[in-house]
Unconditional design. Structure first.
Length: 237
């Protein structure tokens, strides 16, 4: 059933086709009507991760907001979009669960706090996107494509209050995995800190430049005419 037609109504627990032209309206309507319960929907591969992030942000309430993304391949278009959102102050904390090869992404987001965790290699983790705002949390679980790809993708989504027991039951396993797989980022050295002082102590002492010693200035020799007093100083007594 397509939600693009105005005479179609969203029904709880019924799979709905989400079109990119109306994704913002459709997702908002779907999640609000199924508030506190899981809502299923499908796409034809034309709704990308960027659209999911953009069209569900306001459902989570006011700032500060935390955005969590777990994806086997980080969508580059969405990453640029997220960086812009962070610059505008829409994102306070960005949590990424990625493979080891993508752990170097955090310097690309200097405008928000970044938390990183590694995806386990032994078992796949369902891809998801989660906004947590001042009052509500919205979760979408399913493929997070970077570009449009003709395929049928099935998603499960949920909109709940931050203290909802249903939300906790749905996300506790992921949160525990994120904490267990979290990677500590190296903090930049602060001038005057012990780490900075130790670094200075490890540096070799500078070698002073040694200038060539200057020769003492020799007095100018003058030719004096010999006299009897020079030859016989006792004669001056």
């Amino acid at each position: 059933m397509s939600l693009c037609h105005s005479d179609h109504k969203t029904t709880k627990n019924m799979t709905n086709i989400i079109e990119p032209c109306c994704a913002e309206r459709q997702l908002g309507q779907l999640f609000r009507e199924a508030h506190g319960q899981a809502a299923l929907f499908e796409t034809n591969g034309d709704v990308t991760a960027k659209l999911f992030i953009k069209d569900t942000m306001l459902l989570s309430g006011d700032r500060p907001r935390t955005l969590t993304i777990a994806a086997s391949e980080m969508p580059q278009e969405a990453m640029r979009f997220i960086s812009r959102y962070a610059q505008l102050g829409y994102i306070a904390t960005l949590r990424l669960m990625v493979h080891e090869s993508d752990l170097a992404l955090h310097p690309a987001f200097p405008d928000c706090n970044v938390e990183l965790a590694m995806l386990p290699d032994e078992k796949p983790v369902p891809e998801l996107m989660m906004w947590r705002g001042s009052s509500h949390t919205v979760v979408i679980q399913g493929t997070m494509p970077d570009t449009v790809s003709p395929a049928l993708h099935l998603y499960a989504g949920m909109l709940c209050g931050n203290q909802s027991l249903t939300l906790r039951a749905a996300t506790d396993a992921f949160e525990a995995l994120f904490r267990a797989r979290r990677v500590e980022l190296e903090a930049p050295a602060v001038s005057g800190s012990p780490a900075d002082n130790n670094a200075d102590n490890d540096k070799p002492a500078p070698v002073p430049s040694v200038a060539a010693p200057q020769q003492p200035k020799q007095p100018k020799k003058t030719t004096r005419k010999k006299t009897t007093t020079d030859e016989h100083p006792e004669a001056m007594a």
